[in-house]
Design a binder for this molecule. Structure first.
Ligand code: GDP
Length: 366
């Protein structure tokens, strides 16, 4: 299951956003295989295609893909030195697939800012510095070991030492490790260290409720975050955490109405989910039948057998072929049989690279 960690300085709106996520979230009961902890919220990935398939197949149920959001509270200045909740924080963040960094772009005299004024770039730098410091420590420890091995002539150790020194230099300049230029082989070695600043990151600009629709263009703080993010090749999602928590209280129809009144075409949460998919290069394939229509999340480039493995390891092991029809073709044809008659249901083999919207039936040996 895809997991996104929410970080940010105190008082920027993390809890407000996280509460909205939990309220909007899926019933924990629907996800028997994941224990829901107080700092975890699971949300369903909105996908209209599921509803269409559900009607076409008259299926008993639909199961959307889901994302877990983990509220990683307690990152403050000095976290890497073990102040506050620092260390626990660091171990949480190591596990996530991506990091969503909330920065405060709303000005509200009633709410104090831990650093005294609104300045999202300074806030980003504070958090990045902590993450870089923690990573430097990880790299130092590894370097110690590797350098000893390198001295006694181990060739691989020598190569790793060279890579680690490059990474260390980038980190000590306060830059994220993901910005280091290394070869694919070096990258494999580096991935072993699960550095915090290697995690794909996006920024959430939290804006005042009356700016939810306009801040994307008009809010000067948001513009600064965008400029910063552009240099890092990172995405920015503009959200008003307060608005999100109001939306979370509404049922679907009310929410649509409310968004329209606010001048928004979709909720901030939906935007966030899309941005996370883009950031991680994810796509969705679908399975459809009378029992269940379901969306599955895979990374770009996943081949058919590995996609089958998402459903069950047995299907991957016994993979024969995948029967695939593109969602749009299926809908245009009206039914699987009609699509078959038109020759639109393809038989794909082991090397087939899955595409977004592939409606798939796997044939396998038990
Ligand atoms: P955290 O410390 O990052 O978890 O921040 P909180 O979610 O507790 O928010 C800190 C304060 O900012 C709370 O009083 C929130 O109600 C307020 N806040 C959060 N988002 C917004 C917003 O969009 N607009 C305004 N005006 N206040 C907000």
């Amino acid at each position: 299951n895809l997991e996104v960690g929410i970080v940010g300085l105190p008082n920027v709106g993390k809890s407000t956003l996280f509460n909205a996520i939990t309220k909007a979230g899926a019933e924990a009961a629907n996800y028997p295989f994941c224990t829901i902890e107080p700092n975890v919220g699971v949300v369903e990935v909105p996908d209209v295609r599921l509803q269409v398939l559900h009607e076409m197949y008259n299926s008993k149920k639909t199961t959307p893909a889901s994302i877990r959001f983990v509220d990683i509270a307690g990152l403050v200045k000095g976290a890497a030195q073990g102040e506050g909740l620092g260390n626990k924080f660091l171990s949480h963040i190591r596990q996530v697939d991506a990091v969503a960094h909330v920065v405060r772009c709303f000005d509200d005299g009633n709410i104090t800012h831990v650093e005294g004024s609104i300045d999202p770039i300074r806030d980003i730098v504070i958090i990045n510095t902590e993450l870089c410091l923690a990573d430097m420590e990880t790299v130092e420890k590894r370097l110690d070991k590797v350098s000893r091995a390198a001295k006694s002539g181990a060739k691989e150790a020598k190569a790793e030492e060279i890579m680690l020194k490059k990474v260390y230099e980038v980190l000590s300049e306060g830059q994220a490790a993901r910005r280091v230029e290394i070869t694919d082989e070096e990258r494999i070695m580096l991935d072993e260290l699960t550095l915090l600043t290697m995690k794909p990151t996006l920024f959430i600009a939290n804006v005042a409720e009356d700016e939810a629709a306009t801040a994307d263009k008009d809010n000067p703080f948001v513009q600064k975050v965008k400029e910063y993010a552009a240099k890092e090749n990172a995405e920015v999602v503009v959200i008003s955490a307060r608005v999100e928590s109001e939306i979370a209280e509404l049922d679907n129809e009310e929410a649509v109405e409310f968004l329209k009144e606010m001048g928004l075409d979709e909720s901030g949460l939906a935007k966030l989910i899309k941005a996370a998919f883009k950031l991680l290069g994810l796509l969705t394939f679908l399975t459809a039948g009378s029992d269940e229509c379901r969306a599955w999340t895979i990374t770009e480039g996943t081949k058919a057998p590995q996609a089958a493995g998402k459903i069950h390891t047995d299907i991957e092991r016994g993979f024969i072929r995948a029967e695939i029809v593109t969602y749009d073709d299926l809908v245009a044809a009206g039914s699987t049989n009609a699509a078959k008659e038109k020759g639109q249901v393809r038989l794909e083999g082991k090397e087939y690279v899955m595409k977004d919207g592939d409606v798939t039936y796997f044939r396998f040996n038990v």
